[in-house]
Design a protein around this ligand. Structure first.
Ligand SMILES: Nc1ncnc2c1ncn2[C@@H]1O[C@H](COP(=O)(O)OP(=O)(O)OP(=O)(O)O)[C@@H](O)[C@H]1O
Length: 250
């Protein structure tokens, strides 16, 4: 692996009792690019992201962010913005109030709260209780929270879930804009058509790693559809997948 990986997973494995959710997964996330982590429901995407962020302890293998295990990364909460299930708004708070609470924790100004509200298109709804937000609005609020400290890296677990077509287009444009600003984005998804329009690099997992490389490599510069390549990778047996992965890295 190159030294340039912002995120590096090496041999990551997670067993829950007798069940292996993630097995020997190795990949890196390159700086200034949008990397899509793809897999079916239950493929191990969230577990992998949680291992990267120190929320789940790997059974074996290692993960680093900017060269450190996440839990030892200096200033981690400001350098890495995270959208993940389980990080919900403060009960009873409006969107703005919720962001101000996070802002205090992160040492960020109220002006920055207004900036991120504007960036995610929530300014008009900012003073309504976040509990009453639609699913898409909650996703936007979660992204606003992740952006508060102006992070270099964003780790987003299924941020398109619950977004309507306008929201999906907005998310795509936002992720591309974040990368154009020099930020690195790691985003999990199972919306393949959407991913095809958004990402630079792809990591496909189905318990084991099935592919890690550029979207262009995977689709032969667009000659093949991502969906077709995805199904051949995840439906193939692990041996074929491992061979594909070795060829990819040859
Ligand atoms: N704490 C846990 N205890 C036992 N099994 C777990 C635990 N967390 C996850 N799993 C199992 O590990 C597998 C991978 O789950 P994970 O949530 O990582 O998948 P995913 O790819 O993110 O799926 P989805 O797209 O549905 O969110 C699933 O079979 C899940 O049931």
């Amino acid at each position: 692996m190159s030294a340039a990986g912002v995120v590096r997973a090496s041999g990551l494995t997670k067993e829950f009792g007798p069940f292996t959710a993630v097995q020997d997964v190795t990949f890196e996330v390159r700086p200034g690019r949008v990397t899509g982590l793809l897999g079916r429901n239950g493929a191990g995407k969230s577990t992998s992201l949680r291992m990267l962020l120190g929320l789940v302890r790997p059974t074996s293998g290692t993960a680093t962010v900017f060269g450190h295990p996440y839990t030892e990364l200096p200033d981690a909460a400001r350098r890495v913005g995270v959208c993940m299930d389980g990080i919900g708004p403060t009960p009873g708070a409006s969107g703005r109030r919720d962001l101000r609470i996070w802002a205090r924790t992160l040492g960020v100004s109220h002006a920055r709260v207004d900036e991120v509200l504007d960036r995610v298109g929530l300014t008009d709804a900012a003073d309504r209780p976040a509990k009453g937000y639609s699913t898409g609005m909650k996703q936007r609020l979660a992204l606003a929270t992740a952006l508060l400290a102006d992070p270099e890296l964003l780790v987003l677990d299924e941020p398109a879930n619950g977004l309507d077509p306008d929201g999906i287009r907005w998310l795509r444009d936002t992720l591309r804009a974040l990368a154009a600003e020099g930020r690195t984005v790691l985003v999990s998804s199972h919306l393949l058509a959407e991913v095809e329009q958004t990402v630079d690099d792809v990591v496909v997992i189905q318990r084991t790693l099935r592919f890690a490389g550029s979207l262009a490599e995977l689709t032969s510069d667009g000659a093949q559809r991502l969906e077709d390549r995805f199904f051949s990778l995840v439906d193939g047996d692990a041996e074929t997948a491992a061979r594909t992965e070795r060829l990819t890295h040859a």
